[in-house]
Design a protein around this ligand. Structure first.
Ligand SMILES: [Zn+2]
Ligand SMILES: [Zn+2]
Length: 333
């Protein structure tokens, strides 16, 4: 637990599958006049719950002192514990309305979700053996979520006041369709969720339930944050950092580079998203990892990320797609 500025605490909660890049998830406790606001919740594990309880006790509060829980986006590391925390605190839960429908499908109707995802990977030529891990990982993360309905939904533009702080809700789609960031203009603080992290480039995936151009959305919402005057960024993973504009530039540059790498692979002949994914380099934060060395879950994310780039390039007029024998191919325009 660390008080990053007076009245805002960073609590690091353990992840069930920590990786070299993502060791923990941050939740932020915001002090109010007579109340506390919690941003993000951690995974639905005993370990994360106990860790949160202990860190709150170190500050001198209990779950009952939390009156509002805001979730930046629906991923299990940010939203997993929401249902349990609601029970223990009776806090009002709030997130963006676009996350609500997805949660219903993903966690209440998981077989339908898996079916849609399998069809999607199939038309993008992902072979059956690479797909078999999908079911296991999808069912695995279902166990780590108890879906909770929001008491309040945001559209973006709302103000969240605790008395001491006044946060503006910013809708920042891309990493997930209803992702939000929270900006405190007077204190010059931005809570960035997974939208902007200091070293990790957040995954941007295109799949049946995403928007039609998530990478386009992501780049637009990055550009929209450029004008914010903030001194401190509080991310969902890693540590608080400074320098919003340079980090936004780096992220934009990263996607530009990936797009030109993708275009390079298409020079010889049209290819499927799967073929392209196996030919480009992944995880630049770790110096670049080849397809063969990706974990099974990362392979699925990689294909969906390639697809997000291809669709963004198609919207920009750089590539075309066509169908042949039930499979989608891309070629330079
Ligand atoms: Zn996320
Ligand atoms: Zn995350």
């Amino acid at each position: 637990m660390k008080e990053v500025i007076t009245g805002i605490y960073q609590l690091q909660l353990p992840l069930p599958f920590p990786t070299e890049l993502r060791g923990y998830v941050n939740t932020y406790l915001i002090q109010g006049d007579n109340e506390y606001l919690l941003i993000d919740t951690g995974w639905n594990t005993e370990e994360a719950f106990d860790s949160l309880k202990k860190q709150l006790a170190d500050i001198g509060i209990g779950f009952g002192d939390i009156t509002q829980i805001v979730v930046t986006h629906r991923h299990p590391d940010h939203y997993g514990l929401a249902a349990k925390l609601k029970r223990f605190s009776q806090a009002k839960l709030a997130f963006h309305y676009l996350e609500k429908d997805f949660i219903k499908l993903r966690y209440k109707n998981v077989n339908e979700f898996i079916h849609q995802m399998e069809q999607w990977l199939y038309i993008n030529e992902v072979p059956a053996d690479e797909m078999s891990t999908l079911r296991a990982t999808a069912l695995g993360s279902k166990r780590l979520i108890t879906p909770a309905s929001p008491d309040v939904t945001f559209r973006g533009g709302e103000t969240l006041s605790t008395g001491l702080f006044s946060f503006k809700v910013l809708w920042t789609p891309g990493h997930s369709v209803g992702h939000i960031c929270l900006c405190e203009p007077a204190k010059k603080v931005l809570i960035s969720g997974d939208h902007i992290l200091p070293n990790i480039t957040p995954n941007i995936s295109l799949y049946p339930q995403s928007s039609s151009n998530p990478l386009g959305d992501y780049l637009n919402s990055l550009n929209a944050l450029k004008q914010l005057e903030v001194n401190l960024i509080l991310p969902g993973h890693e540590n608080p950092f400074t320098g919003l504009q340079p980090r936004i530039e780096e992220l934009i540059q990263h996607h530009k580079q990936r797009k030109s790498e993708i275009l390079e692979t298409l020079k010889a002949k049209p290819k499927t998203t799967y073929q392209i994914s196996t030919e480009i380099t992944w995880i630049p934060e770790m110096g670049g990892v080849s397809w063969q060395n990706l974990a099974p879950l990362d392979k699925r994310l990689a294909v969906l990320e390639t697809l997000a780039h291809l669709e963004s390039m198609r919207v920009d007029g750089k590539v075309d797609k066509f169908f042949r024998d039930g499979t989608i191919y891309y070629q330079p325009s």
